[in-house]
Design a protein around this ligand. Structure first.
Ligand code: DC
Length: 234
């Protein structure tokens, strides 16, 4: 594969397998993988712990004031081949995947000043290219000039089943009904918020992985990277 490093932006709905494609693509290309959703989840966890969310309603001013006290960072664990998210030096990787965070993250990520701070951080991370970042606004706002933009989607029922199996494997006791509700609410807020709503960038390629295996979707993405890096070279 060509050496020219590019930026790969992967956006799409919740629980449709963005991180599976993004991680395997990054591994194959020797790129860094950044999960931008983890940053919004970290802010949400901080807000929950510090009483800055009341009955699902974030205290916007309080959260914005607290942004300077949140130091978010990532490290790659070569043993488990997993990215770990840290908040002020604490490993929060497991906690940010819990349902309580999932249930509160969409309203927190709709706060304009929170988005501004996260986008600055994300752009900083992509400065030297060679990065795969997944999220909701990566191809539209964070890296509008990304060489490859992928917009992922999958049947909502299949997404709910995947999420269910993932959470049950982690020991959470939860019903399919709660998961369907959470996915539906997040889709709605993500697409309808004023600030950087989830939408497909005009130049993004659509990947519907409802009936694709992880290997098939990785191959699809590798083929797209090849087309682009080969074009770059000519
Ligand atoms: O990808 P995820 O489900 O971990 O993301 C968690 C939430 O963060 C999701 O509900 C929407 C928000 N998000 C966002 O607004 N912008 C991003 N670039 C990534 C995530």
């Amino acid at each position: 594969m060509a050496n020219k490093k590019i930026v790969i932006a992967i956006d799409g709905f919740s629980s449709c397998g963005k991180s599976t494609v993004a991680k395997s693509l990054a591994r194959r290309l020797g790129y860094a993988y950044i999960d931008s959703g983890a940053m919004y989840r970290a802010v949400t966890l901080f807000a929950l712990r510090n009483n800055l969310i009341h009955n699902g309603k974030p205290d916007k001013e309080g959260i914005i004031r607290a942004l300077g006290r949140m130091q978010i960072s990532f490290s790659f664990d070569p043993e488990t081949e997993k990215n770990i998210t840290f908040l002020n030096g604490e490993n929060i990787e497991n906690e940010i995947r819990r349902l309580e965070v999932s249930e509160n993250v969409s309203p927190v990520s709709a706060i304009a000043d929170v988005r501004r701070a996260m986008v600055d951080f994300q752009r900083e991370m992509g400065r030297s290219k060679g990065i795969v970042m997944d999220g909701r606004d990566i191809g539209t706002v964070v890296f509008p000039d990304a060489e490859l933009k992928i917009f992922m989607t999958a049947d909502p029922e299949i997404r709910a089943q995947r999420r269910y199996l993932e959470l049950v494997a982690k020991g959470e006791s939860i019903s399919m009904e709660e998961i369907r509700k959470n996915i539906g609410q997040r889709d709605f807020i993500d697409q309808n918020r004023k600030e950087s709503p989830l939408r497909k960038a005009d130049d993004a390629l659509v990947l519907d992985n409802s009936y694709l295996t992880p290997d098939q979707q990785l191959q699809w993405a590798i083929d797209r990277v090849k087309e682009i890096t080969e074009n770059h070279e000519s």
